[in-house]
Design a protein around this ligand. Structure first.
Ligand code: HC0
Length: 568
């Protein structure tokens, strides 16, 4: 171990540890802006400057390793002066729009200004010549607010393996943008929004569509229904100061009713339905020599990724639309007929943890009801803002139940929100349908957790079903390359675009790190255990849907409404 002294405290750390990590271990806070653990360690912003005795100048704590006998001071007048000056320089060309900014009160630059005691901005720098890029259906780039920390670039490249954005130009013209300054909506960006989770300011953020929903809710002609994604029930509480991993399903339902939605439904219902369709598709492909491995198709960032980067594997994708889109198609057909409502008057809103769902809802094939199946997608963050605007005191709301029939679901639908959940839900159903036996334990632990790639093997009536699960597109690449290079053989693969699955989606409350992901995942499995039914094929509302409307899984109506094809 290396022993050093920080602000008079002796600290022992393994060799190679940075001063920043050593200080954190000792409970000493050093401010950072560009730093992102393991992903972006570049010492660029110079806000983590510290004084090391014997050194000629102040050093950046995030990139300087602790050394034996080192004596560090983190709060001398020289350190405080230098940090404040550097922050003032960063702010010198930053728009002074804090009061009206989307990130007002959640902006790291704003928080640092308060923490470092910046009382005035003495310098007026050259303002960015680049305009707002609103070409993407999901993500807005505002280069004026960019502090060039490069955290978004690091996540896009190192976690997602996409590299849709990079640092372009030089000097005062430096900008984070797609190559050749192309609009984001025209490049290989998959709309995952992981950049928006790490952006310290509002330089990259979700497209805010709350006004469209306010307008629909205020229109007496419209019958406005809402569906909530599995992951939102374990994260929206964070917008109101609750601990990550708080299960707030009932309060979420109550809050949506207070906003004025006519019916509050659940994407978990169509998650169960997806298992019926996708499970049947898997069994059909296994028994009829179909293309394997079958790969899940419910994560729209992943769909755009495979279209750009692995088009030869498109025939492996399940033809199932995502639960969000199945819901929209059924709301404007089955539900409309059942309730005697003109589908032209039905307005479908989704609450999703995901920015890519905005893009998915606008894809041209997503109108099989004869209308746009899902009218507006709001992220968890947008819903949080709407609830605040409506003055709803979230934490004091009572717990209410979803409406029937599109709000009835099982624990298998809930676990879709965590990496491995779709696979586990499919295994619960496929096992019982194929073997005719009742599962002794419903918990397929091998496919749970934050390991990047998980593998398991399940005996299905004598056949060893080999499965893999990947979350985060960098991990997806590893699995796909192994399949393409014939290094691995699988029958079924689950891929979710975002690290941790949807609970770590790009539209979730800030901040997100692995500890927060783990707490949300634990809550998802707890919610599953609390459900009276935990297998999709036992969902009585799904059974009724087949009886009354669809006929059978993979039947004619299912194909029309619930399935699609992806072609290179
Ligand atoms: Fe997901 Fe979904 S589980 S993609 O992560 O399959 O966004 O939460 O809603 O559609 O159900 C997101 C979450 C969904 C869909 C479901 C799937």
């Amino acid at each position: 171990l290396v022993t050093l002294t920080i602000d008079g405290q002796q600290v022992q750390v393994p060799p190679g540890t940075t001063i920043l990590a050593a200080a954190r271990q000792a409970g000493i806070r050093i401010p950072t802006l560009c730093y992102l653990e393991e992903l972006n360690v570049i010492g660029a912003c110079r806000l983590c400057l510290v004084q090391v005795e014997g050194a000629r100048a102040l050093v950046a704590a995030c990139v300087t390793r602790a050394a034996e006998g080192m004596v560090v001071h983190t709060s001398t007048p020289a350190v405080r002066h230098a940090r404040r000056l550097n922050l003032e320089l960063i702010m010198s060309n930053h728009p002074r729009e804090c009061l009206t900014c989307l990130r007002n009160t959640s902006c790291e630059l704003q928080q640092l200004a308060a923490e470092l005691g910046v009382g005035e901005i003495r310098f007026q720098g050259e303002v960015s010549p680049y305009e707002v890029d609103d070409s993407s259906p999901a993500i807005i780039r505002d280069p004026r607010k960019c502090v060039l920390c490069r955290r978004c670039v690091a996540v896009c490249e190192k976690v997602q393996g996409v590299s849709a954005i990079a640092v372009q130009e030089r000097g005062f013209d430096t900008v984070v943008a797609p190559a050749f300054l192309a609009p984001l909506g025209e490049v290989n960006c998959v709309n995952c929004g992981q950049c928006s989770l790490v952006c310290p300011t509002a330089a990259i953020h979700e497209r805010d569509e709350t006004e469209k929903v306010w307008a629909a809710l205020a229109d007496p002609q419209m019958h406005v229904v809402v569906q909530t994604a599995p992951a939102v029930r374990v994260s929206i509480g964070e917008m109101f100061g609750l601990e990550p991993g708080s299960i707030v399903t009932g309060k979420l339902v109550a809050a949506l009713r207070r906003l004025g939605f006519d019916k509050v439904f659940d994407t978990d219902f169509t998650a169960d339905l997806t298992i019926m369709e996708e499970g049947s598709e898997l069994i059909h492909r296994l028994q009829n020599g179909g293309r394997l491995p079958l790969i899940t198709s419910c994560s729209p960032g992943w769909i755009k990724f495979i279209e750009h980067f692995y088009p030869s594997l498109l025939p492996n994708l399940s033809t199932c639309k995502s639960p969000q889109q199945m819901f929209g198609a059924l709301a404007k057909t089955y539900y409309a007929q059942k309730e005697g409502i003109d589908p032209a008057r039905i307005f479908v809103v989704s609450i999703m943890p995901c920015t890519a769902k905005k893009y998915e809802a606008g894809r041209p094939e997503m109108n099989s009801s004869g209308y746009r199946d899902v009218d507006v997608v709001l992220t968890t963050r947008e819903l949080g803002r709407m609830l605040k605007q409506a003055g709803i005191d979230f934490d004091s709301l009572p717990e209410e139940d979803y409406d029937a029939p599109l709000g009835i679901s099982t624990g298998a639908g809930v676990i879709f929100g965590a990496t491995g959940g779709v696979m586990e839900a499919a295994l619960r159903t496929a096992y019982e349908l194929v073997t005719g036996a009742t599962l002794v334990s419903l918990d397929f632990e091998e496919v749970r957790g934050l390991e990047g790639v998980k593998e398991a093997s399940v005996n299905l009536a004598g056949t060893e079903l080999k499965v893999a699960v990947a979350h985060g597109l960098g991990n997806a690449r590893k699995v796909l390359d192994a399949v393409v290079n014939r290094e691995r053989e699988y029958h079924f693969i689950e891929i979710m675009c975002c690290p941790g699955g949807c609970i770590g989606g790009g539209g979730q409350p800030l901040p997100v790190d692995n500890e927060i992901r783990a707490r949300r995942i634990a809550a998802i499995y707890q919610a599953d255990r609390q459900m009276p039914l935990r297998k999709s094929h036992e969902n009585p509302a799904v059974q009724a849907l087949y009886r009354e409307f669809l006929g059978e899984p993979l039947g004619r109506r299912s194909h029309e409404l619930l399935h699609t094809h992806y072609t290179p």
